[in-house]
Design a protein around this ligand. Structure first.
Ligand code: DX5
Ligand code: ZN
Length: 218
């Protein structure tokens, strides 16, 4: 079964606990937390203290997506705060292997994120060391953008690399995913679906249930 990871970026930040509880009760599997620094991406969101507070109000594993420069500097603090899955951008550092090992040694699942223009072939050497890859299907920085259709071919390419190099790898996809296109994303090979605006804008419970109804078949 493919997993659903609602992104709190589109939740009501004044009522985060309420929105998260609603998604959790309706069947969300993982909570996706977008950390932006205003340097790697043109937007600023939340950081370590918020992850620490979220940890206290949800049982869901926290999937922290770092959109920051020099991610290696902050990894110990994010894991200490409660990140269970931690990913950083391929484009944000040159020390991929060292950073992945650092995350795993501290006890979290390690992932690398690739921007829409970064080829999956760049991951070939690091793939055996990864727990997951996060494929961006929009340019990182904002919720509510349109899914880039060429992402589907990229997911298929990554799936075939995974079959050769790391069968346990999970493929996570993030950006522009709605109930209307999620089936094409899981058919291409996604194991974990991130959705922000399609979950938190409108009725959270029925949005989660509509996604889960499709994901349970994969
Ligand atoms: C964008 C973030 C996403 C974002 C997705 O940079 O990484 O996680 O919340 O939002 P939607 O699902 O609305 O495209
Ligand atoms: Zn994200």
């Amino acid at each position: 079964m493919a997993l659903l990871a609602p992104s709190i970026l589109s939740a009501n930040f004044a009522c985060l606990e309420r929105d998260i509880k609603e998604a959790e009760t309706a069947g969300a599997d993982i909570l996706h937390v977008d950390v932006m620094d205003g340097r790697f991406v043109p937007n600023i969101t939340i950081g370590i203290p918020v992850v620490e507070s979220l940890k206290k109000v949800t049982e869901l594993p926290l999937d922290v997506h770092l959109m920051i420069v020099e991610p290696e500097k902050y990894i110990p603090e994010f894991i200490k705060a409660g990140a269970n899955w931690l990913s950083f951008h391929f484009e944000a550092t040159v020390h991929h292997h060292r950073t992945v090992e650092q995350i795993k040694e501290l006890g979290a699942k390690a992932g690398i994120v690739i921007n829409p223009s970064t080829p999956v072939s760049f991951l070939e050497e690091i793939l055996p060391f990864l727990d997951f890859v996060l494929v961006m299907s929009v340019n990182p920085g904002f919720g509510g953008q349109k899914f880039i259709p060429t992402s589907l071919e990229k997911i298929r390419k990554l799936k075939s690399l995974k079959e050769k190099l790391n069968k346990n790898l999970l493929i996570e996809v993030d950006g522009g995913i709605k109930v209307s296109n999620v089936e094409s994303v899981v058919k291409a090979g996604a194991d974990v679906i991130v959705a922000g605006s399609a979950i938190f804008k409108g009725d959270i419970s029925s949005n989660v249930r509509a996604f889960k109804e499709i994901l349970k078949n994969y």
